[in-house]
Design a protein around this ligand. Structure first.
Ligand SMILES: *Cc1c(COP(=O)(O)O)cnc(C)c1O
Length: 360
């Protein structure tokens, strides 16, 4: 079986973890600080704040932005549920905007229409799905014209760029995830980046029980801290991010050139974007038939995502969940992600491509 995802961890990560265990500094520690410093210089922001997950990173962004009960935040219905859950946690309402059929990211035209309908909206949470940046130029223009904050969910897009600019630098703040399936991992973990010192200070307090000074709690905060163990892993992984992304892009390039089956639609990448291929997602005629065929041929796959967020059971009573998002619904019915991770061998790529080209 060729696995659909596989984190690549080496001696460097092992040695650092053992060093942390022997040091006894398991929770807060110097590697958390070092990881933050290294990540902010990689993305090119003034601040970075490590968290326990991508989900908690998104939550503190929403809360520190003052988003709360009665507020509306525009976002995509086609993402991992954590994107819009971060809006719900604050009591605000996600307003779902249909996606672009080529990129699967939020549609700028759809956003324009949604803003007309909900002019009181406060922010846009943009998700750069599968490692492909959303169409930031028209989105930024709409946000500026309508006084909306831009926030970015970069959980799948470490190192991705739009017109040469890194994702994570377009809005007030951005969240990344280091879950094991992501482009780099720390085990569990996340990080927030921003250029705003006031926002950074508030987020740093929220992550650590609302305290600036120990046991003096100014805010009701959380324990959303990253541990020194996770930061040690993340620090070593960050050094490998560019080489991992290069492998992902080469693997994708191989599929782009060699998958030729007319029943299969491959990802489309606008020329102004650097895709980092967190997923390589196909659109197929008959998903059940295609995935059974992959399984019979021992090729792992993932479905990202089978149900759009507003149709999830836990969103049933959410006021933003009635409506229709025909493009997202269609993609959710037909999408299949095939392995594209950096641990794939040349022969894996050849096997996967041949198998897919033989599908009838
Ligand atoms: C993984 C992911 C998250 C959440 O990250 P965790 O670290 O798993 O909490 C949020 N948004 C998107 C788009 C993701 O893929």
């Amino acid at each position: 079986m060729i696995p659909h995802v596989k984190p690549l961890l080496g001696n460097e990560e092992e040695a650092k973890v053992i060093e942390v265990l022997r040091s006894g500094m398991l929770a807060a520690g110097s590697y958390v600080f070092e990881f933050e410093q290294a990540f902010k210089s990689y993305i090119n922001t003034k601040y970075a704040l490590a968290t326990s997950s991508g989900t908690t990173a998104l939550h503190v962004i929403m809360e520190a932005m003052g988003i709360g009960v009665g507020d509306k935040v525009f976002t995509t219905p086609f993402s991992f549920i954590a994107s819009s859950n971060s809006i719900l946690y604050t009591g605000a309402t996600p307003i779902f905007v249909d996606i672009d059929p080529k990129t699967y990211n939020i549609s700028p035209d759809g956003l324009e229409a949604a803003i007309k309908k909900h002019p009181e909206g406060k922010a846009v949470l943009v998700v750069h799905l599968f490692g492909l940046p959303a169409d930031m130029s028209p989105i930024m223009e709409l946000a500026n014209k309508n006084n909306l904050f831009i926030l970015e969910d970069c959980a799948q897009a470490h190192g991705a760029a739009y017109r040469g600019q890194n994702v994570g630098t377009f809005g007030k703040a951005a969240a990344f995830s280091f879950y094991p399936s992501k482009n780099i991992t720390s085990g569990e973990g996340g990080i927030v980046v921003t250029d705003d010192p006031v926002l950074e200070e508030k987020m740093r307090m929220l992550v650590n029980h609302g305290q600036r000074k120990r046991y003096y709690h100014e805010l009701v905060g959380y324990n959303y801290r990253m541990t020194n163990i996770h930061a040690a892993i993340g620090l070593e992984q960050l050094k490998k991010l560019d080489s991992f992304n290069k492998r992902r892009r080469e693997n994708a390039q191989y599929y782009n050139q060699n998958i030729t089956n007319p029943l299969i639609q491959k990802p489309q990448v606008p020329p102004d974007r650097t895709h980092v291929y967190h997923q390589y997602t196909l659109i197929v005629d008959n998903r059940e038939k295609f995935t059974n065929y992959l399984t019979a041929n021992e090729i792992g796959y993932g479905i990202h995502y089978p149900i759009i967020i507003p149709a999830q059971e836990c969103y049933r009573n959410n006021p933003g969940s009635s409506g229709s998002w025909p493009v997202a619904e269609e993609i959710a019915r037909r999408c299949v992600s095939i392995p594209v991770h950096p641990a794939l061998s040349r022969s894996d790529l050849i096997t996967i491509t041949k198998t897919i080209n033989n599908y009838r």
